[in-house]
Design a protein. Structure first.
Length: 149
């Protein structure tokens, strides 16, 4: 027997989650437009800044793993960030297959300003719901990563 209720896309959780994700991406992209960066560029800039320290060399693989991003996409976005003068990509000193990422001053500035804008979007976007409960649910879903099975 076909469940008519489940046939409506706006009543399917997976569909709704995807639509909410796309909506938030559009809103954040609009907020970042004046910085001349996209949401995915911001995610990689911020990730590089957050993971990096004086004694930690950030690699493309680290960004891909930590941010749960496709390796090829990270590589392409990093190339665009290098072209924009926001990032430097060097060959790893001990692993010639790996690249070390670092931000330029301009890249750090964009990452910091982007973070401010993304946080303002989050504050407005999630204002009508219980953020703690949503965060708990999303963390559970991420830990239950079925793509790794």
């Amino acid at each position: 027997m076909i469940n008519k209720k489940a046939d409506k896309p706006d009543e399917q959780l997976g569909y709704l989650l995807t639509q909410v994700t796309f909506l938030k991406q559009r809103i954040v992209n609009a907020a970042l437009r004046e910085l001349d960066i996209t949401y995915i560029q911001f995610i990689i800039l911020a990730g590089t800044m957050e993971l990096g320290s004086e004694d930690t060399m950030v690699t493309q693989q680290m960004i891909s793993d930590e941010r749960r991003l496709d390796k090829a996409m990270v590589s392409n976005v990093v190339k665009s960030l290098v072209e924009k003068g926001l990032m430097v990509r060097d060959i790893h000193p001990t692993d010639k297959r790996a690249y070390i990422l670092s931000l330029t001053e301009k890249g750090i500035e964009k990452a910091l300003k982007g973070k401010e804008k993304a946080l303002m979007v989050d504050e407005t976007f999630f204002s009508a719901i219980d953020k703690e409960k949503l965060q708990e649910a999303l963390v559970i879903l991420l830990k239950n990563d079925l793509s790794q099975s």
